[in-house]
Ligand binder design. Structure first.
Ligand code: B1M
Length: 210
């Protein structure tokens, strides 16, 4: 089997050791690092994303696939020079103030990284000021807000309002179990995604990369 196919199969099976081994072999065979990432690791993670969206795989499978992807990235990242890793963009993400839930947010991060985005994770319980600081520091194209409590959804609104001066340069996407498309529109967010795989699609759509 060609080595890129081996990488994809091992990643989709969530086998981090096999991914590490196959990526190492691909490097030894002279496959360019960018090809390993884009046609091996990211391609497999995209397939996992589609399966997750279609309920063919579930949270645990996504987490082990993401862990396997990181194992492969660890091998190949030191070899990257210049623009071999064509990042599609930068996204700042956090769970809003007062909210400590982060499992869904972390899944979004893994999927976005799998799709080639640089992710800046601000963690949980993130006040609007911290989002603003991060926007100024990292100059992202997208800011993602996660909330799992009906009581913290209003923090999303406050954060979107606080980001108003930066909206010419950033898109804001919101998500989390109680969040809806209607709510996203009401608070003036650019996009809403019901799950991690859809978040990738929505961000790509907002940035004109779809
Ligand atoms: Co909490 N909790 N919790 N909890 N908790 C819920 C959310 C709840 C629905 C349980 C219930 O009552 N049935 C309820 C909220 C009720 C409400 O407000 N409507 C609740 C409550 C009440 C609370 C506490 C108040 C309980 C208490 O202390 N009395 C407390 C609040 C703490 C706080 O935040 N201040 C609390 C605490 C906790 C734990 C710390 C114990 C733990 C969190 C651990 C952690 O995250 N590290 C926890 C958990 C685990 C849950 C449940 C059981 C599971 C949440 C989860 O991780 N789901 C949850 C009940 C449930 O949902 N069944 C519950 C799996 C995850 C993959 O899904 O997060 O929805 P989800 O993410 C999805 C999508 O929503 C979307 O993509 C993800 C992947 O597909 N998504 C985005 C998420 N963020 C996105 C951002 C995007 C796009 C998509 O763009 C930026």
């Amino acid at each position: 089997m060609p080595v890129l196919e081996e990488i994809k199969e091992a990643l989709m099976a969530g086998n981090a050791n096999k991914v590490r081994e196959a990526v190492t072999r691909a490097v030894e065979e002279g496959v360019p690092p960018g090809t390993i990432i884009n046609d091996g690791l990211i391609a497999a993670m995209n397939i996992i994303g589609v399966k997750f969206k279609n309920n063919e795989v579930y949270v645990p499978e996504v987490l082990v696939a993401a862990r396997a992807m990181h194992a492969g990235m660890d091998v190949v990242k030191p070899l990257l020079t210049g623009d071999a890793l064509q990042e599609k963009g930068t996204m700042v993400i956090g769970t809003v103030k007062g909210d400590l839930h982060d499992i869904g947010k972390n899944l979004v991060i893994m999927m976005m990284e799998g799709a080639g985005f640089k992710m800046i994770d601000l963690g949980i319980d993130v006040p609007p000021e911290k989002f603003i600081q991060a926007v100024e520091e990292y100059k992202p194209q997208v800011v993602g807000l996660s909330a799992l409590l009906t009581s913290t959804m209003m923090q999303m609104k406050k954060t979107v309002e606080a980001l108003a001066p930066y909206r010419h340069a950033i898109k804001v996407i919101v998500g989390g179990a109680p969040v809806t498309q209607k709510f996203a529109e009401e608070i003036g967010a650019d996009g809403y995604a019901p799950d991690a795989a859809s978040a990738v699609d929505k961000v790509k759509e907002l940035l004109g990369l779809a």
